[in-house]
Design a protein around this ligand. Structure first.
Ligand SMILES: [Zn+2]
Length: 428
């Protein structure tokens, strides 16, 4: 059967999906001045813009725009003299095609290996949970499955503790990696589950097991992740409905604005219907409470915290709430560069180079209540947000072809290895 015929058949099968996005478009915007960057953010509430990646003077951004605001958006860009071009002309069609690519890749992998794993395709929550259960059962000497709480909607939040000494050797640094707090950033969980794979099923660097204890939480926000798969591909927040009186109309909190440091002071909104609603109070969400509890429990030994997001090819460090530098700025910057260099050695030539720096300075936008700032405020010396790559030929963003997932996992793992080793040298 011809490829186009398969595409059409698959598209027909899933046409009921993504209907919300009929008529929506995404645009690439390239501001050339800081004033233009700020002006773009000011358009956000009135035109209900959704920045899938932030635009800066050195990196173009991608914005999702509803049909009813597209004419005003174009007019505003013209007035501001901001360069733009259409990124995806028809979001629903694009999402249908993304589904086709994922399903095709699942079929190919099943034909080759018998099963598709969480780090070789975009997988369902159920598949990722099953993988964690399986690894814990298969490697009982080193792996402990922890189920610390239920999500707002009652799903079990799961993470793995990986240690050759059952976390009893106090001299070992603890490395904590999480993913999936922003549910639509689907490239995040594969890089986190790949770390599990490299610490259990395919150990090529035994010092990482001998010298460290690991805590790995692939999906911080299972409700949002499930919703992004089943109902709304661009769902970013949690799914809580108890944060304000309009909870059932505009559910959810931006988990990465909900942490208890400089909470709700910058880059957030009190409007619960926006993508950057910070919640009714710090750590209002059970999902962020779980992350905070892990940090506090292992704080004396935690030398490195990484939280995986997408997209933009950036390694970002505190303080993101105001752009100031912490007392560990030199270590944060040098280890950030070390990780980026390790990634570059394995990156594809058409992937953008990583940018490394203070969150607020690199993205030219301060945002408070983020996990990276919170971990650092508690005392984790090296704390970073990874904005993973989003390039697939000429199509940026959340439409990254799943064929690129192994590449992104492998290069990201190279960065993690270097980050862990450097954290032990400096703070272990
Ligand atoms: Zn994110």
């Amino acid at each position: 059967m011809k490829i186009w015929a398969i595409v059409l058949l698959t598209a027909a099968a899933v046409c009921a999906k993504h209907e919300k996005y009929i008529g929506w478009k995404s645009y690439i915007v390239q501001p050339s001045t800081l004033e233009q960057v700020k002006a773009l953010h000011l358009l956000e509430p009135t035109l209900e813009l959704d920045f899938l990646s932030h635009a800066t003077t050195s990196r173009e951004g991608v914005v999702l725009v509803k049909p009813e605001h597209q004419a005003d958006f174009i007019a505003a860009l013209a007035k501001l003299e901001v360069e733009y071009k259409v990124h995806a002309e028809n979001i629903k069609e694009k999402l249908d095609y993304d589904d086709f690519l994922i399903e095709r890749r699942n079929r190919e992998i099943r034909a080759r290996n018998g099963r598709s794993l969480p780090y070789d395709n975009y997988q369902t929550l159920e598949a990722i949970d099953a993988y964690l259960d399986e690894i814990a059962a298969k490697y009982p000497d080193t792996v402990t499955l922890v189920e610390p709480a239920k999500s707002f909607e009652g799903r079990t939040i799961k993470y793995l503790k990986i240690s050759t000494t059952n976390f009893e050797d106090d001299s070992k640094p603890v490395i904590f990696i999480d993913g999936g707090i922003h549910s639509r950033e689907w490239i995040s969980p594969p890089t986190v589950t790949y770390a599990i794979h490299k610490l259990t099923e395919d150990v090529t660097d035994p010092d990482l097991l001998d010298n460290f204890d690991w805590i790995i939480l692939p999906i911080v926000n299972p409700d949002g992740y499930k919703y992004s798969h089943d109902t709304d591909r661009f769902w970013r927040k949690t799914r809580s409905t108890d944060q304000h009186t309009l909870g059932f109309f505009c559910p959810g909190v931006d988990g990465n604005r909900n942490y208890d440091f400089a909470w709700n002071t910058a880059g957030t909104s009190n409007n619960p219907c926006t993508e950057i609603f910070a919640g009714s109070k710090p750590l209002s969400e059970i999902e962020t409470q779980v992350v905070a509890e892990i940090m506090k429990t292992y704080l004396p030994r935690m030398t490195l915290y990484l939280t995986m997001h997408s997209f933009g090819s950036m390694i970002l460090y505190p303080w993101g709430h105001d752009g100031s530098l912490s007392q560990q700025a030199l270590a944060l910057h040098t280890v950030g560069i070390n990780m980026a260099e390790a990634i570059h050695e394995r990156a594809l030539p058409n992937f953008p180079r990583y940018q490394v720096g203070n969150s607020a300075l690199v993205i030219q936008y301060a945002a408070a209540g983020a996990a990276e700032d919170y971990a650092h405020s508690l005392g984790v010396p090296l704390s970073y947000t990874y904005e993973l790559p989003g390039l697939s030929r000429d199509m940026w963003g959340f439409h990254l072809d799943p064929a690129y997932i192994p590449q992104v996992c492998e290069e990201t793992w190279a960065g993690i290895i270097v980050g862990a080793r450097r954290s032990r040298e400096l703070f272990g």
